[in-house]
Design a protein around this ligand. Structure first.
Ligand code: DX5
Ligand code: ZN
Length: 218
C-alpha cells in the first residue's frame, strides 16, 4: 500500500491547525513529524508539545521521525503524546538498545521504524527487518528540508526490499528528503512505498492531491 506522509517541518507553524486540514484535504493519511535535537543533526525543530497538538486536531496516522541521540529516553513520551509510528536512527543506538526500543514500541501497540542516513549501508538495518514495521531510508542528509534528492541511496532501497521479500516480511519502506513528482517515481521504482513530502507539499503552488502524486510512484 502506498502512502503520502506530508512533513510539517515545511509548514506554517503559526497556522498548524490549518496546515493539518490541508493534509486531510489532500487525501494523505499520514502526518510526518520531524523531531530534531541539535545534536544528532545540526538543527532543532520541535518536540512533544507539537506532537500532542497535532494529535488533538486529527486522527491521521502520526509518523514521528526522531533525529535525536539516545532515542530510548523519549519513547514513552512519544507514545503518550499520541505517536502511531515511531522511527529512530540506527546510528544513534547500539544493538541492545535498538532491540529494547523495538520491544517497547511493539508492546505498546505502536508501529516501529528504523532509519538510516545516506552514508549508512543497508546491512545496518537488515538484522532488524524481521522485527520492525518500517525502514526509513533518508534520501538527503537529515537536518533540513528543501535539499536535493540523493539518487545514490536508491540501491539500498532495492536491497532492503529484496531482503524483506526473501524472508516473507511485509515491510514498509519510507523515503524522506527531496521527494517531488519526479523523484517519487524513482524511489517507488526502487521499492519504496511511503513518501515524505515537506517542501513538495507545503510550498507547492497548486494543492497536492495524494492520489495524483502517488500514481507517479510505480
Ligand atoms: C529532513 C527531514 C525531512 C524533511 C523533508 O531531515 O527528515 O522529513 O522535512 O523535507 P523536504 O521534502 O523538503 O526534503
Ligand atoms: Zn523526516
Amino acid at each position: 500500500m502506498k502512502h503520502l506522509s506530508p512533513s510539517i517541518l515545511a509548514s506554517d507553524l503559526l497556522n498548524l491547525g490549518n496546515e493539518i486540514k490541508k493534509i486531510e484535504a489532500s487525501g494523505a493519511q499520514y502526518v510526518h513529524i520531524d523531531i530534531m535535537d541539535g545534536c544528532f543533526v545540526p538543527n532543532i525543530s520541535f518536540g512533544m508539545p507539537i506532537i500532542s497538538a497535532v494529535r488533538r486536531t486529527t486522527e491521521l496516522v502520526l509518523d514521528v521521525h526522531a533525529m535525536i541521540v539516545e532515542p530510548q529516553r523519549y519513547i514513552d513520551d512519544f507514545i503518550k503524546c499520541g505517536a502511531d509510528i515511531i522511527t529512530f536512527h540506527i546510528e544513534a543506538v547500539n544493538d541492545t538498545i535498538a532491540k529494547e526500543i523495538i520491544e517497547k514500541i511493539k508492546t505498546n501497540g505502536k508501529k516501529v521504524g528504523i532509519s538510516i542516513k545516506p552514508k549508512t549501508p543497508a546491512s545496518a538495518v537488515l538484522p532488524y527487518v524481521e522485527m520492525i514495521d518500517m525502514v526509513l531510508v533518508m534520501t538527503v542528509e537529515p537536518g533540513f528540508g528543501g535539499q536535493k534528492f540523493m539518487n545514490e541511496t536508491m540501491p539500498k532501497i532495492t536491497e532492503i526490499r529484496e531482503y524483506a521479500d526473501k524472508i516473507g516480511k511485509k515491510l514498509d519502506i519510507e523515503v524522506d528528503g527531496g521527494i517531488n513528482d519526479t523523484t517519487i517515481a524513482i524511489a517507488g521504482k526502487a521499492g519504496a512505498n511511503i513518501f515524505v513530502l515537506g517542501t513538495g507539499f507545503f510550498k507547492s503552488e497548486a494543492p497536492v492531491v495524494a492520489e495524483e502524486i502517488l500514481a507517479k510512484a510505480e
